[in-house]
Design a protein around this ligand. Structure first.
Ligand code: EPU
Length: 420
């Protein structure tokens, strides 16, 4: 397994361009099975393991997938021959559950492995299943597999008891081809949900209200293939902003949507960063200063994203002052803390709160990545730590960050990958 080696202490400077959003691209790839007659072409696709896994999943169902050198993906679902998402793929990527809604809507049948837990929590999918059964799907759960069947889905009112991103996406996709109208209340408002709805509308769906917590979908008879570019990744944007802030640097981020990271910008301003932005670029200047501690509480969009919690934890470990980070979305998303403690961070965990006493410095150590965002936070800690940090199990980072070490090198970081 490859390792990342970071010699800390470089102040990041320069320009970096953001890739397409993982969490927008994954549901779009799954939605492509609903197109009839014409292919779907997705552009601005990030080079990520989760994209490769989704492509493998679609290919083994028989979907014809063609990738060009620029990572534009053409998907032809007319060759699909089975509706099966096997355990060996689903266990590595829980978002595989996103094939369920599209397969049921288009073919009335799907067999999808139950995703099981993952490093950040139990992550159940009962809200997806309850909503689909309200639309007329019958489920048989045996040997770890969900076998789902329906005739044409029936539009209805779906009220999620708790906001769920992929749950909203699954029902959004399913309801595009349902008979009649579906109203989703307490829908997720994340930009990736909005981008998926825009993509589906281009395919011929009739969706309104996306971006609010009530989404209405008038079912249509069929969807067509389109060519679409996914929006830029707001979590990658946030991660690079923190990379600049933690090292006291000055960077400009291009090809982003500054509106989507408003809460992250606000927190980084509180920590002392000077930030200017246009609609599509953000410049952060820390003027060589040590960040000030900032409190964070995670929540559904537009509140502070759980996917940026670990990165802000890293920032707070070297900030002046004490901070409290409260994680409200996932019950076990603090695995990075033990690793950061090995680098000299002072963090106490009390239920879903991390209490961080900022230290003058971190010291490089061998650490282990436990999940995608935890890996990113360890890279950030390594960038500012004194000496060398070695990060193991970095396959996690390759799931969700496009060319992260190359982009950091471009900003002056001393980081390289050591193949094992
Ligand atoms: N939940 C349930 N039952 C369900 C579904 C969710 O109890 O049926 C709970 C979850 O356990 C969690 C909360 O609801 O406590 C919210 O989970 P949600 O369903 O919104 O998460 P998700 O859809 O599985 C997506 C992203 C995650 C991101 C979360 C929260 C994708 C592919 N994944 O997951 O991204 O953290 O929303 O914003 O969109 C990542 O990119 O690193 C990542 C983990």
């Amino acid at each position: 397994m490859d390792k990342l080696i970071i010699n800390g202490g470089t102040v990041l400077k320069g320009e970096v361009s953001i890739s397409g959003a993982k969490n927008a691209v994954l549901p779009m790839l799954c939605a492509s099975v609903m197109a009839t007659d014409t292919c779907v072409t997705l552009n601005n696709i990030p080079h990520l393991h989760d994209v490769t896994t989704t492509v493998r999943l679609l290919r083994q169902m028989g979907v014809s997938v063609t990738l060009d050198d620029n990572m534009n993906i053409e998907l032809d679902p007319s060759t699909i021959k089975n509706f099966h998402a096997p355990y060996d793929l689903v266990k590595t990527m829980r978002s595989s559950i996103l094939v369920l809604g599209p397969l049921l809507a288009r073919f009335g049948s799907a067999v999808v492995s139950l995703p099981g837990g993952c490093a950040i929590g139990t992550r159940p999918v009962e809200m997806h299943l309850d909503a689909l059964s309200k639309m007329g799907v019958t489920f048989d759960i045996q040997n770890g597999y969900i076998s789902a069947n329906c005739s044409r889905l029936i539009g209805c009112e779906i009220s999620f008891p708790k906001t769920t991103v992929t749950g909203t996406e699954n029902i959004l996709m399913a309801s595009t081809l349902a008979e009649g109208k579906t109203v989703i209340t307490n829908a997720a408002r994340e930009p990736e949900v909005v981008d998926l709805a825009n993509f589906l509308n281009e395919m011929g769906a009739e969706i309104t209200g996306h971006g609010t917590d009530v989404i209405e979908v008038k079912g249509v008879k069929s969807l067509r293939g389109v060519s679409y570019s996914a929006l830029p990744d707001r979590i990658e944007t946030g991660t690079f902003l923190v990379a600049a802030a933690i090292t006291g640097g000055e960077i400009t981020i291009k090809n982003t949507i500054s509106n989507h990271v408003a809460i992250i910008i606000e927190k980084l301003r509180q920590s002392g960063a000077i930030i200017d932005s246009t609609d599509s670029s953000i410049t952060l200047n820390m003027q060589g200063k040590r960040p000030k501690a900032v409190n964070i509480e995670t929540g559904a969009y537009p509140l502070f994203p759980t996917d940026m919690q670990a990165q802000l934890t890293a920032l707070n470990t070297i900030a002046s002052g004490t901070s409290i980070i409260k994680e409200n979305i996932f019950e076990n998303r603090f695995m990075h803390i033990q690793e950061m403690s090995r680098m000299g961070a002072e963090i106490k965990l009390e239920q879903n709160c991390a209490i961080i006493s900022g230290k003058d410095e971190l010291v490089g150590a061998s650490v282990m990545a436990t999940d995608l965002r935890a890996s990113a936070s360890l890279i950030l800690a390594g960038l500012v730590a004194k000496g060398t940090t070695e990060i193991e199990r970095i396959y996690h980072i390759d799931r969700g960050y496009d060319c992260i070490e190359e982009k950091l090198q471009q900003l002056g970081a001393d980081i390289h990958r050591m193949p094992m």
